[in-house]
Write a protein that binds this ligand. Structure first.
Ligand code: GDP
Ligand code: MG
Length: 160
């Protein structure tokens, strides 16, 4: 029995989840928030926001060399987005599963993209791909004072 390994499996992560402009325009804000709430993660930050070109470019800087990068920046800045910070054990990996594959036609039914979208260029939601990027993206999209530390009443009913 190796308690230090158990402790690392219990690592609390943060994921930056964002309803993209198409998800907002199509009326999926409530449904998307609900899926993360129902799973049992903790919401730490939430806002409707019009993203600048500069912020979109910084957020997606790892994709700068891709041919679709200019279209991606236009897409993300084309209307308001809903920015969320979610916290929990394994939240980054779990959120990626809830969201589904980048190409919505490849995403499994039951996932957000699998149920609600048909094209990679209109895939309605973003989720961080690593705990490190979760922290980086939350710091990028939220100002100090926009994140709330609180203790959900359901906590003892979610984890033993
Ligand atoms: P994600 O982590 O599943 O969101 O996917 P990536 O990190 O690979 O790409 C980021 C985002 O860029 C995707 O969610 C899409 O919105 C967009 N994207 C990725 N690949 C393509 C593509 O081939 N064409 C277009 N138009 N957009 C793309
Ligand atoms: Mg990604």
């Amino acid at each position: 029995f190796l308690p230090h390994l158990v402790a690392s499996l219990e690592q609390v992560d943060e994921s930056y989840i964002m309803v993209k402009p198409d998800g907002v325009q199509r009326g999926f804000v409530g449904e998307i928030i609900s899926r993360f709430e129902r799973k049992g993660f903790k919401l730490k930050g939430l806002k409707l926001f019009q993203c600048s070109k500069e912020l979109a470019e910084e957020h997606y800087k790892e994709l700068k060399a891709k041919p679709f990068f200019p279209k991606l920046v236009d897409y993300i800045t084309s209307g308001p987005v809903v920015c969320m910070a979610w916290e929990g054990v394994g939240v980054v990996a779990s959120a990626r599963k809830l969201i589904g594959s980048t190409d919505p036609l490849q995403a499994e039914p039951g996932t957000i993209r699998g149920d609600l979208a048909v094209q990679t260029g209109r895939n309605i939601i973003h989720g961080s791909d690593s705990p490190e990027n979760g922290k980086r993206e939350i710091a990028l999209w939220f100002n100090d004072g926009e994140l709330v530390e609180w203790n959900p009443a359901q906590a003892p009913w979610l984890r033993e």
